[in-house]
Design a protein around this ligand. Sequence first.
Ligand code: 5GP
Ligand code: ZN
Length: 112
Amino acid sequence: MPECIFCSIVSGEIPAEFVLRTPAVVAFRDLNPQAPTHILVIPTEHHENAAELAQRNPGQAAAVLAATEQVAHEAGLTDYRTVFNTGALAGQSVFHAHAHVLGGRDLEWPPG
Ligand code: 5GP
Ligand code: ZN
């Protein structure tokens, strides 16, 4: 799926500031950070959103979740937020499943 930005990041065609790479996931810093730490964790396979990923490749879904804890820990965070936006009205703009890992500041609840 060459038109997908995140597939292009997985393939190396588009550069990113990687913090983790395994056969199942890659993690890199968000281009437009919303917190001092803002990392995206994505599966290497293309799936439109988190639920599709979980249904079609539960192993990669679990790997994404495990990686959120790993990258947060490596960033020195004990308290952080993991967000999966699903659908444009919920703020999803890239339709390749991804977890946002946000931390390094007080995070309000409810979110905007
Ligand atoms: P969404 O809005 O779909 O939940 O999250 C997509 C995220 O990807 C946004 O936070 C946006 O800043 C980030 N993003 C979009 N394009 C790129 C890119 O080319 N490189 C990186 N590092 N982040 C990107
Ligand atoms: Zn993709």
